[in-house]
Ligand binder design. Sequence first.
Ligand code: HEC
Length: 122
Amino acid sequence: MKIMKVSLLLLIILGLTFSVALAKKHLPEERGKTLFEDPKFAGGSKACNECHPNGKGLEKAAGKKEFKIMGKTQKSLEEAVNFCIVNANMGKVIDAKSGQMKDVVAYIKSLKGKVKQKAAGY
Ligand code: HEC
């Protein structure tokens, strides 16, 4: 009987751990997606989504160390995002450590491997 109780307790703990982990993982990229689709993000006048529909073309960005955008080289994903904010969205640089940057980066990271899934569906 005791073993039943212990297993049940373990299952509950496991379930809670998973839901907390999922909730944490889920939220930043969802918020990032909202920013990505917002033309007013960072004071800009264009949404990231207009040039990168559904994150198209950014699937490999999360793993890159260097970014070539419009002839200029950026050394981090945050710099690349800020470059597009200023030169494409016509907005203002945001702090690389800000919550918004973290959310957008989380969204871009979530795109990894999405292409293949989509391609298989066509
Ligand atoms: C006016 C069009 C335009 C808009 C709007 C735009 N971008 Fe870009 N972006 C580009 C172009 C062009 C490149 C360079 C070519 C490429 O890699 O697709 C690029 C490249 C990037 C890269 C590097 C991709 C890589 O793998 O090298 C990132 C990251 C990125 N953009 C993020 C963003 C984010 C975040 C926003 C919104 C804040 C945004 N872009 C808005 C045109 C745009």
